[in-house]
Design a protein around this ligand. Sequence first.
Ligand code: COA
Length: 288
Amino acid sequence: MSAAADRRALWRDLVERRLPDAARPGWPVRLDHCFARILLDNACGGPWRESVRPPAHVNMPEEGLEAAIALGEAVLAGAADLALLNRRSLAWRGKAVHSGAVPPVPADLRDGELHLRRWLPADVAPFAALNADPEVMAHLLGPRTGPESAAEARALDGRFAADGFGPWAVEQGGRFRGFVGALRVMRALPFPGGGRPGEAVELAWRLARDAWGRGLATRAARLALADIAGRCGIRTVVAYTATGNHRSRAVMERLGMVPSGTFAHPAVPEEPTRTHVLYRLDLAGAAA
Ligand SMILES: CC(C)(COP(=O)(O)OP(=O)(O)OC[C@H]1O[C@@H](n2cnc3c(N)ncnc32)[C@H](O)[C@@H]1OP(=O)(O)O)[C@@H](O)C(=O)NCCC(=O)NCCS
């Protein structure tokens, strides 16, 4: 059997046998197709059939299948909250509200001419353009294709439905400039507090090259932070980037984030971008 066929067989065994056999009284589901729905939706960042042709065990791209397997293994190991993953999946399918008692997502956040809002279909083209720029993507595994960017835009906006917060589309002077906001970290990462998928919340940003050097990322991050601290009650956020990404590190430092060590990012195969610096920010006082 090829390595890919092995992984597909492992996936089927995971959702058809190991997870149903391990089902505990507190788990929200017990049936194989429910486990598959939850893991595939979370790996795709939305209802999986919107991006993958059934059957998923044949057509799911390798990276997505690995993400789904990792989440399933984390559930089995007691390291991921199946109820949280299920609420996210149901929220994307319009069957439940997002997790917890978080007040509704505001229509937008504003600071003068700086406008943070939900994503629009018209953002996909300028987002694809910035994702195709090697300078913007220098620390992010390189440029993305148009279809990859369209899928990423959909998944980024889907965060708001799943979690009640997410990466805002940033607009200035009526132009889409990129995104800034908070995301639940949905994979286990090797830093203290990063081992349980879905628990840590990270700040992330990506702007078009001609929007750099104007303070937009820092201002937008402050708006997003005030929202998640006040409305969502989030107490701690992290941010991380490749060690050599000095512009991103400078944003973390302007925000008052505290350097908290380094880790090897499991999704990055080699240096110079594998080693990441970690920063933390305590928001406990920010909600007042
Ligand atoms: C990371 C990134 C968002 C930082 O953007 P940025 O514009 O450098 O960051 P800020 O918004 O904090 O702006 C700070 C700059 O604006 C300048 N500035 C101008 N007007 C300003 C104002 N009113 N307020 C604050 N800063 C201002 C600052 O002097 C500083 O410029 P300098 O770095 O040349 O000294 C951007 O480089 C990017 O999108 N990179 C590619 C994607 C990426 O790597 N993302 C991170 C992955 S983890």
